[in-house]
Design a protein around this ligand. Structure first.
Ligand code: SF4
Length: 459
């Protein structure tokens, strides 16, 4: 399976890559299929069926709203988050959906948006879209949102063919051991090898410009996060914290004592991560990294590096993201980056490993040290369950990103103090994540039926 760094870092909207970005993509693909088959103007009604985790936590994650926007022809990378609220209000009032922004059909929420507890066989995040004509069914497809905004349809799932991209890469790797061997054999750093692979899709100037755009979107997200305040939507009454913390930090930047500087650096990391994840919870413009729920960790660590490393450069941003991407690819290929599949270890754990690897790379680590940094970052998130309170990507998600960002920095630091030789390999930790995810009860996999989601409400 060929995965590009741009598959892992995608610009979209919050609050969830698997529950918002993926379903919006699926709905927009569905509309594209109707268009291609010349069926659009024969559609009299659309039925949306949500299954498994999409049904259990879809309301809190905005899955229903994302699907509606996708049916209206919007795509996650283009949509202006500000239009979602007004469009939905209009739909509720008129009970009319403008399919592909041009074909008006009735949409009765209680009838046409259906929530099913059962799970479909191929993946816990499943949805079926059915287009009815006058008196007959015109077209249907089932989509699986497999994490990080990736979507496959029924045909691909049945063929067991999750490998939608068969691009031949010059330095293809499936495991960390293979990646390290290639680096050794060709005397390459991980970011160099990744750059060479990315050139299979686009030229170097486009890769650099694309990654710079990703970094720009991450910066914009932090800027938005530190300028908004108030209570996050959804009903939990969670207050935004990033803005206040940011203002306090700006006011105390002159204190240069060691303890103050250490605390201050950690505060900055927290502020960057909180800002991103608060924006995510509010449905703002985001970059999956590799998912939305865990989207604060990579930008927080990269912001930290860019703020505190005096000679940090544009080149470092590219190297950081390419290296983080290599680790994300390994997690996705050999375990999962989906909380609904393996719990939060797949989201926050993978993101922590990616950020640790990216930081180690730009700090001059050898490939073995980078692999060690990723391994430490992931190992200490093993077993982490997904239990978002109220089905919202707020508690524990927002704070968890800040904690994991600090952990990623420590992981990179520990790896840089060593020589790359270590006891457990990254491959073994990824395999353990996969096995632990398999053994984890479903109530801890993005269903909000266990853990904090249950106890927070009981308390
Ligand atoms: S608990 Fe983790 S995996 Fe679950 S929604 Fe929150 S960030 Fe995502």
């Amino acid at each position: 399976m060929a995965i590009s760094v741009f598959d892992l870092f995608k610009i979209g909207i919050g609050p969830s890559s698997s529950h918002t970005v993926g379903p919006m993509h699926a709905a927009s693909e569905f509309v594209g299929a109707l268009r291609e088959r010349d069926l659009l103007e024969r559609v009299a009604r659309i039925e949306v069926r949500l299954y498994g985790s999409l049904s259990a936590t879809g309301a809190g994650h905005g899955t229903d709203r994302a699907i509606i926007m996708g049916l209206m022809g919007e795509r996650p990378e283009r949509i202006d988050p500000a239009i979602v609220g007004p469009c939905l209000e209009e739909l509720f009032e008129s009970q009319t959906l403008l399919l592909d922004s041009r074909w008006a059909i009735p949409f009765v929420w209680g009838r046409d948006m259906q929530w099913h507890e059962e799970c479909l066989p191929h993946h816990p995040n499943a949805m079926t879209l059915i287009a009815h004509g006058h008196g007959s069914e015109l077209y249907r497809n089932t989509f699986y949102s497999v994490g990080g905004g990736f979507v496959i349809d029924e045909q691909q799932a049945q063929a067991g063919d999750l490998d939608t991209d068969i691009t031949a890469l010059p330095y293809d790797f499936n495991t960390a051991a293979e990646l390290l061997a290639l680096c050794r054999m060709h005397s390459m750093r991980i970011s160099e090898l990744m750059m060479a692979n990315e050139k299979a899709w686009r030229d170097e100037a486009d890769i650099r410009a694309g990654l710079w755009r990703i970094w720009g979107a991450m910066r914009e997200c932090v800027d938005n996060g530190v300028s908004h305040e108030g209570v996050l939507p959804g009903g939990l009454n969670v207050r935004r914290r990033a803005r206040k913390l940011h203002q306090r930090l700006l006011a105390t930047e002159d204190d240069t004592s060691l303890i103050a500087s250490t605390f201050s650096a950690m505060d900055w990391v927290n502020v960057f991560a909180l800002a991103v994840n608060e924006e995510n919870a509010a449905g703002g413009r985001m970059v999956t990294a590799p998912t939305n729920g865990a989207a604060g960790i990579v930008p927080a660590v990269l912001h930290y590096y860019m703020k505190f490393q005096p000679d940090a450069s544009e080149r470092d941003v590219v190297d950081f993201l390419l290296t983080a991407g290599a680790v994300g690819i390994l997690c996705k290929k050999n375990a999962s980056i989906s909380g609904a599949e393996v719990g939060c270890q797949g989201e926050v754990g993978s993101a922590c490993a990616m950020a640790a690897a990216g930081l180690a790379e730009v700090m001059g680590a050898s490939p073995a040290q980078v692999e060690n940094a990723a391994e430490i970052g992931l190992e200490h998130n093993l077993g982490l369950t997904c239990d978002p309170v109220g089905g919202l990507v707020q508690v524990p998600c927002i704070e968890r990103n800040a904690i994991a960002a600090v952990k990623a920095i420590n992981a990179a630091q520990m790896a840089l103090r060593g020589d790359g030789d270590h006891f457990i390999s990254l491959d073994k930790v990824i395999r353990t994540m996969r096995d632990t995810g398999r053994d984890m009860q479903d109530k801890y996999k993005e269903t909000s039926r266990g853990g904090l989601a249950v106890n927070a409400i009981e308390c």
